[in-house]
Design a binder for this molecule. Structure first.
Ligand code: NAG
Ligand code: NAG
Ligand code: NAG
Length: 288
């Protein structure tokens, strides 16, 4: 028979049980705004429990949901589990050990690279409860100053190629004349390296103009960044009769020096051409 006292006892037990499981519940909190990280920097992705109970006996599972499904960082039963860690994050992630007892599971990520961009999940599991928070991370990297190479005579003009490395996100490349007008160029080629940084390259064929100045501009609108290199091509180079092949680097302002040097060389070759060929013949005969 169930007496009044017994039923009171049972209700007390139920109340007690619901109270304890209530206290085992927690919220997982993170930043409300996306995080913008500069490539090469070290960043902290905030994540913590409310109430600030210890996670030392829980599972802390950090992932980049946009990338591959292997964990970025996994902490379980007081240990770091590295077996399945995404290789791209190897040696670059850690938790703050001294913070775990107060529910701070923020992730430290060092030497940020292009691939690190994505939607991160911080998932905390206890035996009786789990919750997660998601954090958007954007990575910004401004590439190198464009390097312009002169490829020589091409289809009735002068072939130039421009290249810039180390961008994130993927940039655009435009060739401009001295008035800032778009030149029609071949389509640009982009390449993404293992760390997620982009290299962009674009060929153009230019015709002689009154200034012979051309600009290669590489820009990324989302991060509002651009870099450019201007080159000056001496008009002698447009001369089809110039008997040479060239393939060298012009990088402003070093390029200016090269180009001046080159112009002098062209002049000198033109002047000495006849005499030089005779000298060369003489030398060849003497070698025989
Ligand atoms: C936990 O949070 C409470 C307030 O919510 C605060 O008073 C206390 O200092 C915190 N404890 C730790 C270890 O951070
Ligand atoms: C968590 O720990 C990190 C590193 O010490 C600290 O920067 C961050 O402010 C902490 N977060 C909270 C909520 O205590
Ligand atoms: C220049 O050309 C590129 C494509 O080559 C195009 O996307 C861009 O809008 C053009 N800019 C101007 C100012 O015409």
């Amino acid at each position: 028979m169930v007496t009044g006292r017994d039923s009171l006892f049972v209700s007390l037990l139920i109340l007690l049980h619901s109270l304890t499981s209530e206290s085992a519940k927690f919220e997982v909190l993170g930043p409300t705004e996306p995080i913008v990280a500069v490539a090469g920097d070290d960043i902290i992705l905030p994540c913590y429990l409310k109430p600030n109970i210890s996670v030392e006996d829980m599972t802390v599972d950090w992932r980049n949901l946009d990338f591959v499904n292997d964990p970025v960082y996994l902490y379980q039963n007081g240990k770091i589990i590295l077996e399945d860690q995404n290789p791209s994050y190897r040696g670059r992630t850690s938790l703050f050990k001294e913070e775990l007892w107060r529910g701070n599971t923020s992730l430290k990520l060092t030497r940020v690279q292009g691939n690190d961009e994505g939607l991160y999940e911080c998932l905390i599991k206890s035996p009786s409860w789990y919750e997660d928070v998601q954090i958007q991370v954007f990575v910004k990297a401004v590439g190198s100053r464009p390097v312009v190479s002169i490829e020589g005579h091409r289809e009735g003009g002068m072939g130039l190629v421009c290249q810039s490395e180390g961008w994130h996100p993927e940039p655009d490349l435009v060739w401009l004349d001295s008035k800032g007008v778009n030149l029609s160029a071949e389509t640009s080629e982009t390449h993404r390296d293992l760390k997620g940084f982009y290299t962009i390259k674009r060929h153009v064929i230019v015709q002689e103009t009154d200034t012979n100045r051309f600009t290669c501009r590489v820009l990324q609108r989302r991060i509002n960044e651009e870099v450019e290199t201007e080159v000056h091509i001496p008009s002698e180079l447009f001369d089809y009769t110039t008997p040479w092949r060239l393939s060298f680097l012009v990088s402003f302002p070093l390029g200016v020096i090269c180009v001046i040097g080159l112009a002098l060389t062209v002049y000198w070759i033109h002047k000495k051409k006849g005499a030089k060929i005779d000298q060369l013949n003489l030398k060849l005969t003497s070698i025989k």
